[in-house]
Design a protein around this ligand. Structure first.
Ligand SMILES: NC(=O)c1ccc[n+]([C@@H]2O[C@H](COP(=O)([O-])OP(=O)(O)OC[C@H]3O[C@@H](n4cnc5c(N)ncnc54)[C@H](O)[C@@H]3O)[C@@H](O)[C@H]2O)c1
Ligand SMILES: O=C(O)[C@H](O)COP(=O)(O)O
Length: 386
C-alpha cells in the first residue's frame, strides 16, 4: 500500500483518484511515500527516508525546501493553472476594491446600525468613499503566467489599457495573451506609466522585495497596487512609507501580516485567491493524478525540481533513477545492467539543471543486486524498481 500523508485539507474528489485498495490517505502516517500539501511550510520539517514525492495542490512552492528535496531524491509537483481562474476573479474584485473604497464603505455602513434615519446618514456620509472608475486607466501586470494572462485579457474587456511584463513568458502564455495587451520592455515602464499594478510572479530570490522604495519612487502618484501573489514580493517598510506619503493610494493584498494590517489604505484579504470549490477540486485532482503517475509508473508530470518525463510503459520492469546531471551517468547505469546480461528494452533520460531522470525498461524481473549496483554508482541519488 502507498502511504499518503495529508498536510492540509485536500478536496475529497482528489483523494478519490487514489484507489483505496492501493493507497492509505491520512493525516497521521508514519512512513509516508508522499505528502499532499497546500500552503503549510515544510521548511522546518524533517523528511522520512521513505518519502518519494510531494504534491502541492496549488502553484506557489515557496513553502517547500526544493533544494533539500532534490538532494534527497524527492520529486516535487505543483498544479499549473488549476486555480488560475479563481485568482483572476479575485484580482478583478481587487481592482474595484482598490478604486472604490468599498471595504471602508461597508464597514462604515455597518457602523450605522441602530442609529435613527440610516438612509439620511448614508446620503450625507457617502462622499468620503468616492473612488475612480477603472475604465480608461492603465493597468500594469507583472508576470504573464496562468493568472497574469487571464487578468490582462479580462481587464482589456473592462476597457482598461493593459501593459504586461514578463521576461520569461512561455510560448503557451504568449499564445493566450490578447493582442490588445501591450508589451512593457522593462519593469520601469510598468512603474512609471501605470495607474494600477497587479503582480503575479512566484516568490523567488529574484522577485523577493521587487516592489521596494526605488520602485515606489518611480510610480505615478496615487498608484493602486494589487498583490495576490506573495506578501514577500513587497518590502513592507518601504510600502508603509509610500502609503503614508500618499504615493500609493491603496494596497490590496491576499497576504495580511501584522505589519501590513497596521498600515493605512490597505485592503487585506485572508489568502482567498484559490479558495473556491472549483479550484480546490481542480488542484486536488491534478495533484493526486501526478502522485499516482509518479508512484505507480515513475512518470514525472509538472515537477518543479526534476525534469518532466512521461512515457507509456512498454516492458515488464521499470528502473527509475534520479541522478546528478554529470558526465558518464548513462554509461555507468547501463554498465550495471549489462553486467548481469540483462537486455535494455527502452532507455529514457532527461535533465534539468543539476539533476537528471532516467527510466530503464527491462523485459523481465530485475535482481536486487542490479538495483544495488545502480544505487552504488557515484552521482545516483535514488533508484526505484516498478
Ligand atoms: N493568492 C492565491 O491564492 C494564489 C493562488 C495561485 C497562485 N498564487 C501566486 O501567484 C503566482 C503566479 O501564479 P501563476 O499560476 O500565474 O503562475 P505561473 O507559473 O503560471 O506564472 C508565473 C509567471 O511569472 C513569470 N515571472 C517569473 N519571474 C518573473 C520576473 N522576475 N518578472 C516578471 N515575470 C516573472 C514567469 O515567467 C511566469 O510566466 C504563484 O507563484 C503564487 O505565488 C497565489
Ligand atoms: O500558490 C497557490 O496556489 C495559492 O497561494 C493557493 O494556496 P492555498 O492552496 O493554500 O489556498
Amino acid at each position: 500500500m502507498y502511504q499518503v500523508k495529508l498536510i492540509n485539507k485536500i478536496a475529497p474528489c482528489g483523494l478519490d483518484k487514489l484507489d483505496r485498495t492501493k493507497y492509505v490517505c491520512a493525516e497521521e502516517v508514519e512512513h509516508p511515500d508522499a505528502l499532499l500539501v497546500r500552503s503549510t511550510s515544510l521548511h522546518e520539517i524533517e523528511f522520512d527516508s521513505s518519502l518519494l514525492a510531494i504534491a502541492r495542490a496549488g502553484i506557489g512552492v515557496n513553502n517547500i525546501p526544493l533544494e533539500r528535496c532534490s538532494e534527497a531524491g524527492i520529486a516535487v509537483f505543483n498544479t499549473p493553472g488549476a486555480n488560475a481562474n479563481a485568482v483572476k476573479e479575485l484580482a478583478l474584485c481587487a481592482l474595484f476594491l482598490a478604486s472604490r473604497k468599498i471595504s471602508d464603505g461597508i464597514v462604515w455602513a455597518k457602523s450605522l446600525a441602530g442609529q435613527a434615519e440610516v438612509e439620511k446618514l448614508v446620503e450625507k456620509g457617502k462622499g468620503q468613499f468616492v473612488g475612480p472608475e477603472i475604465a480608461g486607466k492603465k493597468l500594469g501586470v507583472i508576470g504573464l503566467g496562468a493568472i497574469g494572462v487571464m487578468v490582462c485579457n479580462t481587464a482589456h474587456h473592462l476597457d482598461m489599457e493593459v501593459l504586461g511584463y514578463d521576461p520569461y513568458i512561455s510560448v503557451d502564455s504568449a499564445w493566450k495573451l490578447s493582442r490588445f495587451v501591450d508589451k512593457a520592455a522593462d519593469l520601469n515602464t510598468i512603474f512609471t506609466e501605470c495607474d494600477y499594478i497587479s503582480i503575479h510572479v512566484p516568490l523567488t530570490k529574484e522577485t523577493r522585495g521587487m516592489l521596494d522604495r526605488e520602485a515606489f519612487a518611480k510610480m505615478k502618484k496615487n498608484v493602486r497596487i494589487i498583490n495576490l501573489a506573495r506578501g514577500e514580493l513587497v518590502n513592507n517598510a518601504d510600502l508603509a512609507e509610500a502609503l503614508e506619503s500618499g504615493e500609493v493610494a491603496c494596497y490590496v493584498t491576499d497576504f495580511p501580516s501584522e505589519e501590513v494590517l497596521g498600515m493605512k489604505n490597505v485592503v487585506a484579504i485572508p489568502h482567498l485567491g484559490a479558495s473556491t470549490p472549483e479550484s480546490e477540486d481542480n488542484c486536488a485532482v491534478f495533484a493526486a493524478r501526478e502522485l499516482r503517475e509518479y508512484l505507480e509508473n515513475g512518470n514525472i508530470v509538472n515537477s518543479v525540481n526534476l525534469p518532466n518525463l512521461e512515457v507509456p510503459r512498454s516492458a515488464h520492469t521499470r528502473i527509475c533513477i534520479i541522478n546528478r546531471n554529470i558526465p558518464n551517468m548513462l554509461q555507468s547505469i547501463t554498465a550495471a545492467v549489462a553486467g548481469v546480461n540483462l537486455n535494455i528494452e527502452n532507455l529514457y533520460n532527461k535533465s534539468r539543471g543539476d539533476y537528471a531522470y532516467t527510466i530503464v525498461e527491462i523485459d523481465g524481473p530485475v535482481a536486487d543486486s542490479v538495483v544495488k549496483a545502480i544505487g552504488d554508482v557515484d552521482g545516483v541519488i535514488r533508484v526505484r524498481v516498478l
